[in-house]
Design a protein around this ligand. Structure first.
Ligand code: WQD
Length: 333
């Protein structure tokens, strides 16, 4: 299939392109490079020995997007492009709504005009807010998001559902990611946030390489086995493989399907620290500080629906995630 990837040079998209190319799909990539590097394309090619058609375009730019895509037959779009820093979204809500919502609306308009009605959307478990029950299934009610980033995912899901409801030609797969971490085992692709990392694993790897003095653990008074926050960490390659499997649902004319992509296991912050230290033989100094506003105690998936319908399940362990995260970071200048 000819697959259009938005946000192509980003963390999850780049790993997904590798898996798609290794499954003989052809890739047309789009990215505005606002939060990623063009070098990622070379690293993808080093892994797969295949090139992609790439356009440096902002998906809000209707004319350039339409002009780029008119020469391609797009069978399906996987839509990753969007701003994703939770904390930043609180301070810059209009930038997040413009980028994520208007970008999606422009993309849908162009896809419709070029006759592509198949879309896989990069959503997030954040749409569950403070989940009504754990482990989280897809029919868990969506909640009150604690930040504009989460609301953009919540709203885009609704836009897609309403679009397919109005025009049955559309097939939409919504993938709700839990906590993607890790890196491609080659060490050529990984997570490289700009500035101070918001997320746990990139912060740990920057402590491990000496770029940060210590990790601040946001609270140890949650109702969890050791008081620190529990999350469903999933290896980015497992996540990428979930997108390849999601194409089967598109080909089966699924209408709208929603899947949680998680491992079904919850690990605490201290579990991650201790596993990272054991696997990489590196001490991670940390200090317990106050809770981070908006954080919840526990969040992990019940991935049974993806296992049953997509024939997909996560295979990498937390040890693999810690090893691959460090392998990537240790190769960075
Ligand atoms: C994980 C745990 C923190 C950093 C977010 C988004 C979600 C998705 C994944 C995009 C929590 C603790 C963290 C630190 C810490 N992103 N922590 N010190 O908040 O579960 O999810 O990223 O789709 O949408 O909401 O991930 O990695 O920030 O936090 O103690 O320096 O680590 O309190 O318990 P989170 P996270």
């Amino acid at each position: 299939m000819n697959i259009l990837i938005t946000g192509a040079t980003g963390f999850i998209a780049s790993h997904t392109i590798v898996e798609l190319q290794q499954n003989n799909h052809d890739i047309i990539g789009i990215d505005n490079l606002s939060n990623s590097s063009i070098d990622t394309l070379d690293n993808i090619e080093k892994i797969t020995k295949k090139k992609i058609d790439f356009y440096q375009i902002d998906i809000r730019d209707y004319d350039r997007l339409k002009d780029a895509l008119k020469n391609h037959k797009i069978d399906c779009c996987i839509h990753f492009a969007g701003l994703k820093a939770v904390g930043e979204s609180v301070s810059k809500p209009l930038e997040y709504y413009d980028n994520n919502i208007n970008g999606t609306l422009t993309l849908l308009k162009v896809l419709k005009e070029i006759g592509c009605h198949n879309l896989i959307f990069s959503s997030s478990a954040t749409v569950y807010g403070s989940p009504k029950f754990i482990p989280i299934t897809e029919d868990c009610p969506k909640g009150i998001c604690t930040n504009p980033y989460g609301w953009t995912k919540h709203m885009i899901e609704q836009i897609l559902i309403d679009t397919q409801n109005a025009t049955k030609d559309w097939n939409i797969v919504i993938l709700r990611y839990f906590n993607p971490i890790g890196a491609h085992p080659s060490g050529l692709l990984g997570e490289k946030p700009n500035g101070i990392p918001n997320n746990l694993m990139p912060y740990i790897t920057q402590v491990a390489c000496g770029k940060r003095e210590k990790l601040f653990v946001y609270g140890n008074d949650y109702n969890t086995h050791d008081g620190t926050g529990v999350r469903d960490y999933i290896h980015v390659v497992d996540l990428a493989r979930g997108h390849v499997k999601a194409l089967n649902a598109i080909n089966n004319k699924c209408g709208v399907e929603i899947f949680n992509l998680g491992t079904g296991h919850g690990y605490s912050v201290l579990d991650v620290i201790h596993t990272f230290e054991k696997v990489n033989q590196i001490k991670i100094p940390y200090e317990i500080t106050d809770r981070r506003p908006g954080d919840i105690a526990t969040c992990y998936a019940k991935p049974a629906k993806a296992e049953k319908i997509l024939k997909w399940c996560a295979e990498f362990t937390l040890e693999d995630m810690c090893r691959d995260s460090w392998n990537y970071q240790s190769k960075q200048r």
